[in-house]
Design a protein around this ligand. Structure first.
Ligand code: NAG
Ligand code: NAG
Ligand code: NAG
Length: 483
């Protein structure tokens, strides 16, 4: 008997061009969650009693069509009509997850009986982010109302008997931005996240977000690093690029591609937090590799550093026809480009130190099989102190922009190629045997869809399936701390 649901989805997709592409089917459950129920604790439920407005991501902010970041509605940079669909916001992972849980058999409407509580703080969090981005960075004594609403919502949550029963051990938080430590609520926010929420599961986009917590060793037992939501070359179809055919290797014109914003010097924040290690690294790498051959397309986007800007459509086109795409960190370790490189079917080349995040390395994405790794000895151009090649036990970086803990999220020491200086990279890339490349490409294709986000459970799995499975399996090992 044909799978009726799949047929229905395909028909619906053809008729209304829903976000479900032909290759994927919507499902009601993931195996790992069989027998588990999940309650979505939307902080807006506390709004009326705690001086918070209600909050709706679809109405209360607009998403910059260029960078996928939220802005307040009155921001003058672009018109409300130009806003991106929310499903394409770079930080919209928690919304996809909420929608997927809601549409699944695993959802529960009973907070007391549910096995797992998914804290949907996303809307207030995004409003807070919008307020920070709209007006530029906030000074330590500057207020941001949405930050206060978030804190009020958390305090109301802490007051529920459901929280008190397990001290949050079966609660899940999803924090889709590396962190903006600005404004008056910063301290309260980190006190809650790092201390009060230390027994909860933390879904983040990079390790550094929680590594700055004193309770990291407790937190890291239930830490999941996940991808950003990638962009789309067609705003009406979030998954358009995942449907693009993968170009055979022999048809690819470009050997190595990279394009991103750079900075030529280290910019220090108070307390020795650098905001630009990765951007200085990008600048050095672009200078070293940019002129190494006609088929090398490695450049900053900044005009003032000799670069050239490309639209997202152009970036995707070039990555699709490049053999290798460089993965480098930026202001912090994570970048949406990593998702887009896999989406394009380009073979990722991780170059460090420091290294870019490897999302879902603990969730089944095989970086060793799909990617190449280079470890350069001469990194003095962008790192001015000795890297600590591990996560230190006693000392914490004060900020996610501090590059100490931008270490590979997958064990790659035995497969990383040691090079002395950047010049050696191209010779290595030019001489990799075809069989090796074929294998890499096969692995990239196998992992590709795991970087997609969809507001329902799908087959083959998207990032959302994997996250949901992890939520359910981490839950099994959870025991409430002794009170
Ligand atoms: C917590 O609950 C108590 C008693 O029900 C109430 O008096 C208090 O205002 C609540 N606090 C918050 C932050 O909700
Ligand atoms: C900077 O560090 C000092 C001491 O380590 C600390 O007291 C202060 O709060 C920090 N300032 C900021 C802005 O983080
Ligand atoms: C890179 O090389 C350093 C030594 O220079 C070594 O300590 C480190 O483990 C290497 N990292 C990787 C990822 O291979």
């Amino acid at each position: 008997m044909p799978d009726m649901k799949a047929l229905w989805v395909i028909c619906a997709a053809l008729v209304t061009s829903l976000a479900v592409p032909i290759w994927s089917r919507a499902l009601n459950d993931v195996d790992a969650c069989t027998g588990k129920s999940i309650y979505i604790l939307d902080l807006a439920m506390f709004a009326a009693d705690h001086g918070m407005p209600t909050c709706d991501v679809m109405k209360d902010m607009k998403i910059d069509p260029k960078n996928g970041i939220p802005y307040e509605l009155d921001h003058i940079g672009f018109r409300k009509e130009d806003t991106l669909p929310y499903a394409l916001a770079q930080h919209s992972g928690p919304w996809h997850l909420k929608e997927a849980i809601q549409a699944s058999n695993h959802v529960s409407t009973d907070m007391d009986k549910a096995d797992i509580i998914y804290v949907y703080d996303h809307c207030y969090y995004m409003l807070w982010l919008a307020q920070v981005h709209t007006r530029g960075r906030k000074l330590p004594n500057e207020d941001s109302p949405a930050g206060n609403w978030l804190i009020a919502g958390y305090h109301a949550m802490l007051n529920t008997s459901r929280w008190q029963r397990s001290k949050g051990a079966d609660f899940v938080f999803y924090d889709p931005h590396p962190g903006f430590t600005d404004g008056t609520v910063e301290k309260d926010y980190y006190m809650l996240i790092c201390d009060t929420f230390q027994h909860t599961m933390h879904i983040v986009v990079e390790r550094g977000q929680r590594n700055i917590c004193q309770a990291y060793w407790e937190i890291s037992k239930k830490l999941l690093i996940v991808p950003y939501v990638p962009g789309s070359t067609d705003n009406a179809r979030p998954l358009a690029d995942f449907e693009q055919p993968i170009l055979p290797l022999e048809q690819r014109q470009t050997l190595l591609f990279f394009r991103a914003t750079c900075l030529p010097f280290m910019y220090m924040y108070p307390n020795n937090t650098r905001i630009s290690t990765g951007k200085v690294m990008r600048h050095d790498v672009s200078l070293a590799l940019g002129k190494t051959g006609p088929n090398v397309d490695v450049m900053c986007t900044d005009k003032r550093f000799g670069g050239r800007f490309l639209t997202f459509v152009q970036v995707m086109e070039r990555m699709r026809s490049a053999l290798f795409c460089l993965v480098l960190p930026g202001d912090s370790a994570s970048a949406r480009r990593t998702s887009e490189i896999f989406m394009a079917g380009c073979i990722p080349v991780f170059l460090g130190p420091p290294y870019g995040s490897m999302p879902l390395a603990d969730g089944g994405i095989d970086y060793r099989a799909s990617s190449l790794f280079f470890n350069v000895t001469d990194y003095r151009g962008w790192l001015d102190d000795d890297m600590v090649w591990q996560i230190p036990l006693n000392e914490r970086p004060t900020h996610v922009c501090n590059p100490w803990v931008w270490i590979p999220d997958a064990p790659i020491e035995d497969v990383a190629v040691q090079i002395k200086s950047l010049d050696e990279l191209m010779d290595h890339l030019r001489t990799i045997p075809k069989e090796v490349l074929d294998k890499k490409l096969e692995a990239v294709v196998a992992e590709r869809e795991k970087f997609s986000f969809q507001p329902y459970i799908t087959a083959p799995p998207s990032a959302v399936n994997i996250i949901l499975s992890k939520i359910c399996t981490s839950g099994q090992a959870w025991t409430a701390p002794v009170v």
